[in-house]
Design a protein around this ligand. Sequence first.
Ligand SMILES: C[S@@+](CC[C@H](N)C(=O)[O-])C[C@H]1O[C@@H](n2cnc3c(N)ncnc32)[C@H](O)[C@@H]1O
Length: 209
Amino acid sequence: MAKDAGWRQHLVGLPKRNHSSAAVRAKATLRRNVMNAVGADQAHVFDAFAGDGGMYRAVWHDAASYVGCDLVFHRDDRPAFVGDNRRVLRCLELADFNVFDLDAYGCPWEQAYIIAKRRKLRPGETIGLTITEGQAMKLKFGGMSNALGLVADVDFRRMAGMAKGQDWLMARAINNIADMMGARVTRRWEAVGNVGSRMFYIGLVLRGS
Ligand SMILES: C[S@@+](CC[C@H](N)C(=O)[O-])C[C@H]1O[C@@H](n2cnc3c(N)ncnc32)[C@H](O)[C@@H]1O
């Protein structure tokens, strides 16, 4: 199913010894790029892992509209669902949104799969998708979430040392998500954390085909 989408990939700078504030800056930069590609005044953001609003304050407050979601209630002015984003994503009219932020600590693929199944693109339509993927340690020790196995369409979910193939798995997962949405990836920005759990921060622009 996965194929080379011919991405134009741009790396967002993370210093060699990156630290959390550098990662936050990189995350914000690629989100700003995605929002600008959609057009800030046309960007309707669903922030599925909204947390305490770091990315809202850094970027999404400039979007035309914003709705967050988090398991935890945060006492601030953001419109937000408090609950499990998987339930919310299954119920909401997703056509109302054209930017989806999946800033998970670990695995964003279950949410990406729900979105891909429910949010098809019209030909020529543009949407943004931002992803934080943090399964490097799990992959290193031979595990993989079922959701990543499903969207990457691989059946070897228990094999030590899979972290070496994380780029390849990400590429398959992203291409398959785009396929499911009836779209292709036209822009991609990425930053890879090089300390700790080697987080992947990815910003995508998809266009309906
Ligand atoms: C990495 S933090 C998000 C940071 C946030 N994007 C920001 O800009 O500050 C991950 C957040 O996802 C929330 N979370 C984890 N699983 C969730 C789920 N299934 N549904 C909704 N929120 C979830 C956690 O409560 C946590 O606040």
